[in-house]
Design a protein around this ligand. Structure first.
Ligand code: NI
Length: 430
């Protein structure tokens, strides 16, 4: 399908770490951005979108979430981390079936599309059902099976690893789905199991997705058991490399930051989830200064409680200014780059996160004719500070329109709400 997006204010790269906004016409052929401003020879648009009053930008990349946790939204709030996870969330998760995960993930994808996200990195279980939801909706995702394994129950770790590899083998050739291995966290995977996962990832040529240094209890647990930090432990077990995507990293020491930078790890910061679970604030300005690739994630809807990346990127920027007493700590431009190019790098994709010729067409169109977006004095500031996600009108993933004028093209919205409601009734979230 050929799409022409005509005369639209467009967010473009201006060198490696700068952004600019200019009125452009963007020509999309099949999955790719074929040309900008110059009409390709013989191009006949199957669809033309007129850009007056709108803005075009790369789709946002949610680099850490647990999509299926939408069914656990607003059912475990105002609890401290351990009580939240072990007391409330995990017992509910034990009741979820594969089919439940399909509907819960479909709901998550709807929310992500509606608020301008075109790719996400996920960690959960029932990967085959998650992959079906991604396939049916046309979304783009990196799927990972959360792996838990320790000496008390070595067989359980092996079973989960087999599930991860089976899903990878089944779906690895899918255009919109890729995989990583996901040792859940240093407090749920002992050092022996961490080494096994690192070896398997090298063997399969897969990246690593994990949680590191999310809460204060973890710091003490790992120090008592291994006499080091979580980062040092995961470095020793071989899990840290330039193909590692580490979520949270709230409690990093300066020496941990140095290790992360040396290994080329991507850190996914999740400011809203960290604040809501009272885990603290990640040292993002220090990470940026150390040259670390930082990406942005919402974490799951049970700790956020949305999957709205526009809200997340506003919080990211405002938060670090406030606590550092530095209005330049994370600028609007840096926050937007983190939510787009930073996420693309986390996924190992240099064809996403940026509008340029040859890149894959994962794009979103925002309506600027809303009170909170007017007047457009500075489009970059407007995207970072004035949006709330409701401006997103049309979403294109891999050249395919998945939402047009806020209507989903691949999902029956009412059916999803009905199915999710039945799940909540059964597992007891109310
Ligand atoms: Ni998480």
């Amino acid at each position: 399908m050929n799409i022409l997006i005509k005369d639209i204010l467009t967010l473009l790269s201006d060198g490696e770490k700068k952004l600019k906004a200019e009125v452009c016409s963007v020509y999309i052929k099949n999955k790719k951005i074929e040309s900008i401003n110059t009409e390709p020879e013989g191009f006949i648009a199957d669809k033309t979108i007129h850009g007056s009053g709108k803005m075009l930008m790369p789709g946002l990349i949610n680099a850490h979430t647990h999509a299926s946790m939408t069914v656990l939204r607003n059912c475990a709030d105002d609890l401290l981390f351990d009580e939240w996870l072990f007391g409330r969330i995990m017992p509910l998760e034990d009741k979820l079936t594969g089919e439940d995960n399909y509907w819960a993930t479909t709901l998550a994808i709807m929310e992500m599309l509606r608020t301008g996200t075109t790719s996400y990195i996920d960690m959960y279980y029932f990967l085959d059902d998650l992959a079906r939801a991604v396939d049916d909706t046309g979304m783009r995702a990196v799927l990972t099976r959360g792996l838990i394994g320790n000496a008390d129950d070595p067989e359980a770790g092996a079973i989960r690893m087999r599930e991860a590899i089976e899903a990878y083998e089944k779906w690895k050739d899918h255009d919109n789905i890729s995989f990583m291995l996901a040792p859940h966290a240093p407090y749920t995977c002992d050092d022996v199991f961490q080494r096994e996962v690192a070896a398997e990832a090298r063997n399969l040529g897969l990246g690593i997705h994990t949680h590191i240094s999310e809460g204060l209890v973890e710091i003490d647990t790992i120090r008592d058991k291994y006499g080091c930090t979580s980062t040092e432990l995961m470095d020793k077990t071989g899990l840290l490399s330039n193909r590692t995507v580490a979520a949270h990293c709230v409690q990093l020491t300066d020496s941990d930051i140095k290790i992360m930078a040396e290994r080329g790890v991507t850190i996914v910061t999740n400011p809203v989830s960290n604040l809501k679970l009272a885990n603290g604030i990640a040292p993002v300005p220090k990470m940026l200064k150390a040259g670390i690739n930082v990406a942005l994630g919402t974490d799951g809807a049970a700790s956020n409680n949305t999957l709205n990346m526009f809200r997340e990127l506003a919080v990211l920027s405002i938060l670090h200014k406030g606590i550092n007493h530095d209005a330049l700590a994370v600028t609007a431009e840096e926050a937007l780059l983190i939510a787009t190019k930073g996420g693309a790098k986390a996924m190992g994709r240099n064809d996403l996160g940026e509008i340029k010729v040859g890149n894959t067409a994962d794009l979103i169109i925002l309506n600027l004719e809303t009170p909170n977006m007017q007047p457009i004095n500075n489009p970059i500031s407007a995207l970072a500070y004035s949006t709330n996600g409701s401006e997103v009108e049309t979403v294109i993933v891999g050249g395919k329109i998945l939402m047009e004028n806020k209507e989903f093209t691949t999902v029956d919205e009412k059916k999803v709400y009905h199915e999710v409601s039945k799940i909540c009734e059964r597992i007891g979230t109310r």
